[in-house]
Design a protein around this ligand. Structure first.
Ligand SMILES: [Zn+2]
Length: 384
């Protein structure tokens, strides 16, 4: 992958290129950023740049044999580890290499994929837990002890290195004193889940959210989205290109109306109005018929809407407009900050469960009941 294929992040790309050219790239580098910011894409582009035989000022050449193999993720000196699951009951080691075909297909199609989607692909929607095992670490140690095949460098990308857990200790010595010309690129979303002994041995490169303008331009030019829709998608995506891609087939106007319906029936239930049950039924049915991807989009939109309401309540600038802004102005008169925060948390949980294939009807019903209790001023314990 070339840097040019990555959405935005221009300053960071320059910094990485400079690090390579000035020989300042650490042997163990952690690329740290939120979901959808392009951390894995940056690691892939960096690996290709390191191996390229004809490095250009701003990117790898894209045509030398090293680049061609990197672009297909088939370079023999480019190794991967990622969360994975057992193939079947006879799978004793549970290693990343077992899934290399699926890995290449998935990442070449979308390097912005998140770990839940990835594990869902491996488990065929069966709600499995992925991890990186000790066996996987031992395979890596063996692989990296061999000499390089074609490149000056051996590069080990560990995607979602937080999934190493304590197994990370197995790799410590290697990360601390890697064999000659071996580079570790650890791609991480949640640094608090990485063991300290690993953190202290890596140089951390922080990846910021993607700028709306960069995301909008790509959506318009590459994905042929209208300017107006692209703008709407960007404001909900919160700097994540993963979310933006998910929103592509969504209909923001449906989300708009559904959030209003969600708040309306939570209010009616909270204040024990006669039509509450009927409205809740309607909300649950509409939500259930959306299908999983659109249900997640609804959650993302609701999270955006609630965030913006909180800003509006504090008298700050908001990205809301038109009917949604009018409704938000009415809403903030009845919901205080604490309630907004709690509803934000329960929608976040709803998203979490829907992503993990929970039944949408019962999830939405219990979210609605919780929201109505929060709005009624009852004490509801909500944890993140
Ligand atoms: Zn090249």
């Amino acid at each position: 992958m070339q840097f040019a294929q990555i959405v935005g992040q221009e300053l960071l790309k320059q910094k990485l290129i400079q690090n390579v050219n000035e020989n300042r790239l650490a042997h163990a580098t952690m690329i740290l950023g939120a979901e959808g910011t392009g951390t894995l894409a940056l690691a892939l582009a960096l690996a290709q740049y390191l191996m390229c035989e004809d490095r250009q000022e701003n990117d790898s050449c894209g045509t030398c044999s090293q680049c061609v193999k990197n672009a297909k993720m088939i370079h023999p000196d480019l190794h991967f580890m990622y969360p994975n699951i057992k193939k079947d009951s006879s799978d004793k080691i549970q290693a990343s290499t077992t899934w290399i075909k699926e890995w290449r297909e998935t990442i070449l199609h979308n390097p912005y994929v998140n770990v839940t989607d990835w594990i869902n692909i491996l488990g065929k929607g069966d709600n499995k837990q992925g991890n990186i095992t000790k066996g996987d670490c031992h395979e890596t140690i063996k692989k990296l002890s061999l000499k390089t095949y074609e490149s000056k460098y051996k590069i080990q990308i560990i995607w979602m290195a937080e999934y190493l857990g304590l197994e990370g200790n197995t790799l410590l010595k290697l990360i601390e004193e890697p064999p000659a010309d071996t580079i570790f690129l650890l791609v991480v979303e949640n640094i608090e889940q990485v063991i300290n002994t690993i953190i202290s041995r890596t140089q951390i490169i922080k990846v910021p959210q993607i700028e709306d303008i960069d995301m909008k331009n790509i959506l318009v030019t590459k994905y042929e989205v209208s300017e107006e829709s692209a703008k709407k998608i960007c404001r909900i995506s919160d700097g994540s290109f993963y979310t933006a891609l998910k929103m592509l087939d969504g209909d923001e106007n449906i989300n708009d109306e559904l959030v209003m319906l969600f708040l309306k029936c939570s209010f009616r239930k909270a204040f024990k109005q006669a039509d509450a049950a009927k409205l809740m039924e309607e909300m649950v049915t509409q939500f259930a018929t959306l299908g999983r991807e659109k249900q997640k989009n609804f959650c993302k939109y609701a999270l955006f809407y609630l965030r913006e309401c909180m800003l509006l309540r504090q008298g700050m600038n908001t990205k809301l407009e038109g009917a949604e802004l009018d409704y938000a102005k009415k809403t903030i008169a009845y919901i205080n900050e604490d309630q907004f925060e709690k509803i934000h948390l329960i929608i976040n949980k709803l998203h979490y469960h829907i992503e993990r294939n929970a039944a949408p009807k019962s999830q939405m019903m219990s979210t609605l009941l919780q929201a109505s209790r929060i709005l009624a001023g009852e004490h509801v314990l909500v944890t993140s």
